[in-house]
Design a protein around this ligand. Structure first.
Ligand SMILES: NC(=O)c1ccc[n+]([C@@H]2O[C@H](COP(=O)([O-])OP(=O)(O)OC[C@H]3O[C@@H](n4cnc5c(N)ncnc54)[C@H](O)[C@@H]3O)[C@@H](O)[C@H]2O)c1
Length: 275
């Protein structure tokens, strides 16, 4: 057990699985009391129970982040169980493969799906911040981390609603950081690349995974813990001078020009003609 967030109270949304689960467990192992929030109440309780079994402090809270009443209850639970709130990781998103199947083609995109995607992937983060910030300010300040995606930074052949909503998350982060910085609130974005969470593995084929990894400067897929470590840093006092930033945790995928994987595969050393 470490002490990097000792005495802090944290909420992690989408914490029944993947990146959120890893973050909830890491924050708890570093001394935070954690509200494990997820639409999947059973999964959230499984994670909270694992944290308690490991000697940490956690409760689960069934929460649909698109619903304001659920978010209000989630923040109230942090206060009633643990006496305040210092850390919020807005991490829940519509990640399931059957949801992305609705996001393949702009020309047949339904308004209902577009709005549903935004209600979870962007409104969820707004509602979390809206209800957490007053409690954080009353308690002397706090740190928010929003999970975005590399999809928000570059175009793809699908995921129109998801990428646009995640780009909204990036902008929301900057607005929150700017507006509330002088009242003790820091807000940053983590932008995952290809992270092998259970959901990701179920929806990305091994061939596609290899193709994505061929564009990583660190030649492996990401792990949920890569994100958890970044979130821990951003919410800890070590990052007390860091706000309004987007931190890509992607093995360097967005740090190079598009022909990188061709150069590596072909053995070419340079894009220039050599004499
Ligand atoms: N895994 C990746 O490669 C990757 C890449 C880029 C971005 N991300 C982002 O990282 C975050 C976590 O992704 P993951 O791969 O760990 O996903 P995951 O599917 O493992 O976990 C997502 C969790 O969110 C929950 N959830 C879904 N809708 C919800 C709602 N309305 N309210 C509350 N909870 C809800 C699910 O029940 C699930 O437990 C998401 O924001 C995702 O967009 C992931």
């Amino acid at each position: 057990m470490g002490e990097r967030v000792k005495g802090k109270v944290a909420i992690v949304t989408g914490a029944a699985s993947g990146i959120g689960e890893a973050t909830a467990k890491l924050l708890a192992s570093e001394g935070a009391a954690v509200v494990v929030a997820d639409m999947n109440g059973e999964g959230a309780e499984r994670v909270a129970a694992a944290i308690r079994a490991a000697g940490g402090r956690a409760v689960s809270q069934r929460t649909d982040v698109s619903k304001e009443d659920d978010i209000r209850a989630m923040v109230a639970r942090a206060v009633s169980e643990f006496g305040g709130l210092h850390i919020l990781h807005n991490n829940a998103a519509m990640t399931a493969g059957h949801e992305h199947a609705n996001d393949l083609d702009l020309l047949t995109m339904t308004v209902e799906y577009w709005d549903r995607s935004f209600s979870v992937n962007l409104r969820g983060a707004m509602l979390g911040a809206k209800h957490a910030i007053p409690v954080m300010i009353a308690g002397g300040g706090g740190a928010i981390v929003n999970t975005s995606s590399n999809q928000s930074l570059g175009g793809d052949l699908s995921q129109f609603a998801y990428s646009a909503a995640k780009a909204g998350v990036n902008a929301l982060t900057r607005s929150i950081a700017t507006t509330f910085g002088r009242r003790g609130i820091r807000c940053n974005t983590v932008s995952p690349g290809h992270i092998e969470t259970p959901t990701n593995k179920a929806s990305v084929s091994p061939e596609m995974s290899a193709a994505i990894v061929s564009n990583n400067l660190i030649p492996r897929a990401g792990r949920a813990d890569d994100l958890a470590q970044a979130v821990l840093y951003l919410v800890s006092d070590e990052a007390s001078f860091v706000t309004g930033q987007l931190l890509s945790i992607d093995g360097g995928q967005m740090a190079h020009l598009p022909h990188y994987s061709y150069l590596v595969a072909s053995g070419a050393k340079t894009t220039n003609q050599t004499p």
